[in-house]
Design a protein around this ligand. Sequence first.
Ligand SMILES: [Ca+2]
Length: 118
Amino acid sequence: MTAEGQSYGGYAGHEVNSKDDEGTYVHVLRDGSEAPDVEGFGDQEDAAEFVADYVDDGEIVLDDNQAIYLFELSHSTEGSGADFQDAVVLVSLETESSAITVDENGEGESVILCPAEA
Ligand SMILES: [Ca+2]
């Protein structure tokens, strides 16, 4: 997943990719992760405010199929401007399986059952 900031102060918009930039411009929070502890730049909200609904006792609480991505879209991960709330994305992966099975009908012909009959 890619997020791009608007251009500002002579800088072009910064494109940040959740895979390529993980650990630098992107932090991924899973169930049990420490809640973010970084102040919002200027009068912006702290990253923790954005994920407050998913924090209990200082820890992130998510289902196993969920993750929260915190994007920093400025051009630096240092200093007060790097507040990791320029884009905050909750991802919930669909876990219901939709396997297709092949079975035989009463006449010995292969038929596809969809959705699967377990
Ligand atoms: Ca910000």
